[in-house]
Design a protein around this ligand. Structure first.
Ligand code: UGB
Length: 598
């Protein structure tokens, strides 16, 4: 009480609220007036930030925490009363007529889309020291994930503009959710690369705040061990993206601009945009309010499973069940073997790749009710079976894919199943953990993430009619991977299958040891026989036909050891680097029509 005069009236209210909410321990060790006064004010400033950044404020946070901690202590199953079953979704086959039609409709819709990248996570499992979006998606082009994402959105924008003759929006907005762990470095990456070609005003950054840590089952807020005037905080999870979007006012701006879709995606999936046009087409055609992108999933693989849950009282929902919960849920509901592969070799529950497409208007309607608050969970690590104390402080967490949990039963919640080779190759695991992944399951490492890009590109070229040599198996950082020819292109060369097919003509062949980098938009491959490395760059108005035989020593993959500290970290975590011995490189800087016939 003797310190109250130091505080403004609104801060006094906050302090009172804390005391009423059983948090008086936060003030127990306060020094007398005249000592640490700045620190005391700083403490209440932090409390004010924690209060305003959480929908419903700290009071609700503490209340929810008590409920969730009590449930956790009682061992309550969050799926009590629900029976899981396999939901029905739209299954796509790359390159067939259905896929091509969905792609075209998706490109049309892209004019009315906004993209949201959640990039607040540090990626502890990967253990990389930088930010994940700055990692090269592949080392052949060296383009980082953020560059790839931005160039893909720009290519989509251009393709959509062409198809719809630019009748509405001309710039697709991109929002990046950052956190204190990633914000400054993401700003630097964007600024030092001139936003990778995007208009700076097209990109908006929203920073998520951390939430207060909890010391015990009474949800007593944890104080920093070395600073008694600071509450300990931890990340709240990617679910924050919904409340941030809502409170930023952007959803209304998008609505007023005539937008219809919001697409959420994660920080390190180099394949994603190969699947986006078709998946957006599915959303539009099936009029899904929520469309989750999924891939076939191996039983027990560390990605969530999309599941239909039916409650004894008749309620149903189609929702992601995290990998650590799916197996126990199945066992508890009569499936004695739990989560197992069926005759297809995959779990019948499709794998969530955390790429969501939401229809804007129903999204706004829902968030107007919830403020963007997402159903949370708590995951305390207890000291012992009495579950009375924690090994270290915990906090509430939330996930963006839990958004449908509050939706009414009338909501149209669907999902799209895509080939994993086409849609999903994240970089999440460090080399040591990846090498321990059971054989047959994806590694989700920097090694597999890069190799997956070459495989997808090769398979796409094959489907487009090229003869692409089979891969060889090689081991990098203890992981056996298929090494396909290193064929790459800028998104503007080919974002949809139809566009790529149009640019691969006659009889093209590509040998396994080849590398191809196409940077121009209008480059046509005609009767090309590639055995070596070929690099073509061209300004947008240069039309280049490449034909005939290209043969040279090419670029060779060399093994490196992830423990070799003399090699840069972004290469070490892959276990290989490129030795660029010889290539045919052509750069067309003037508009016109050209033919490259070596
Ligand atoms: N992220 C944030 O922006 N803020 C945060 O506070 C935390 C993360 P992880 P996770 O695709 O394989 C998800 O850590 O959460 C960003 C799904 O829940 O890579 O373990 C972060 O920057 C799971 O169902 O993944 O697992 C990154 O971009 C499964 O689908 C993204 O959120 C799994 O992804 C994901 O964070 C998967």
């Amino acid at each position: 009480h003797e310190n109250l005069h130091l505080l403004s009236p609104d801060k006094i209210e906050l302090a009172k609220m804390l005391v009423e909410m059983g948090q008086s321990h936060l003030f127990d060790h306060w020094a007398e007036p005249g000592f640490d006064d700045e620190e005391k004010r700083g403490f209440l400033d932090q409390v004010a930030r924690l209060n305003s950044s959480y929908p419903g404020g700290l009071e609700l946070y503490i209340k929810t925490a008590r409920e969730l901690l009590a449930d956790s202590k009682a061992g309550k199953n969050p799926f009590d009363g629900f029976t899981p079953s396999v939901p029905k979704g739209e299954v796509l086959t790359f390159g067939d007529e259905n896929f091509i039609n969905f792609e075209e409709s998706g490109v049309r819709e892209a004019q009315k889309a906004a993209f949201v990248l959640v990039a607040g996570g540090l990626g502890e499992r990967l253990g990389y020291n930088g930010i994940k979006v700055a990692l090269p998606a592949d080392t052949t082009t060296g383009a980082c994930f953020l560059q790839q994402y931005i160039e893909s959105i720009l290519a989509l924008q251009e393709a959509s503009g062409r198809l719809t003759q630019g009748d509405c929006q001309t710039q697709i907005p991109l929002v990046i959710m950052t956190s204190d762990d990633t914000h400054t470095r993401i700003v630097e990456l964007l600024e030092s690369n001139l936003y990778f070609g995007m208009e700076p005003t097209q990109v908006k950054l929203l920073k998520q705040e951390k939430v207060a840590c909890l010391d015990d089952n009474d949800a007593r807020l944890a104080v920093e061990p070395r600073n008694k005037y600071r509450i300990q905080t931890k990340p709240h999870g990617h679910g924050d993206v919904h409340s941030l979007l809502f409170s930023s006012g952007l959803l209304k701006v998008w609505h007023d601009a005539g937008l219809r879709w919001v697409l959420f995606f994660q920080d390190t999936n180099g394949l994603l945009f190969k699947a986006i046009p078709a998946a957006l087409g599915v959303s539009a055609t099936r009029q899904y309010h929520v469309n989750s992108l999924t891939v076939p999933r191996k039983a027990k693989e560390a990605i969530g499973g999309i599941t239909k849950l039916t409650h004894a009282d008749g309620r149903t929902m189609v929702i992601n069940v995290e990998y650590n919960q799916l197996d126990p849920l199945l066992r508890a509901t009569g499936h004695d073997d739990g989560d197992v592969n069926d005759e297809t070799g995959y779990s019948p529950f499709p794998g969530n790749i955390n790429q969501l497409i939401l229809e804007l208007d129903p999204y706004i309607e829902e968030l107007t009710k919830t403020g963007g608050a997402i159903k949370e969970f708590v995951n305390p690590k207890y000291k012992d079976a009495s579950k009375t104390s924690f090994k270290s402080s915990t906090r509430l967490e939330c996930m963006m894919q839990d958004y449908p949990k509050t939706l009414p039963p009338t909501a149209r919640v669907g999902f799209t199943v895509l080939d994993a080779w086409l849609a999903y190759a994240p970089v999440k695991n460090n080399p040591e953990d990846a090498a321990k992944v059971p054989k047959g399951n994806p590694y989700h490492s920097a090694t597999s993430g890069e190799m997956a890009i070459y495989r997808a590109n090769s398979l796409i070229l094959k489907t487009a009619g090229a003869q692409v040599a089979d891969p060889v198996l090689q081991v990098f950082n203890g992981q056996e991977v298929e090494v396909w020819p290193r064929t790459t292109w800028k998104p503007k060369w080919g974002l949809t299958f139809a566009e790529i097919k149009r640019k691969v003509c006659g009889s093209c062949t590509i040998s396994q040891r080849s590398t191809m980098v196409i940077k121009g938009r209008d480059v046509i491959l005609e009767d090309l026989s590639l055995d070596g490395a070929l690099l073509i760059d061209a300004v947008d108005d240069a039309k280049v036909k490449v034909r005939g035989s290209v043969q040279n020593k090419g670029w060779i993959l060399e093994n490196i050891d992830y423990k070799d500290a003399s090699v840069p970290e972004e290469l070490r975590i892959r276990g290989f680097r490129l030795n660029k011995i010889e290539q045919l490189e052509k750069n067309y800087t003037e508009p016109g029509e050209f033919c490259l016939e070596p």
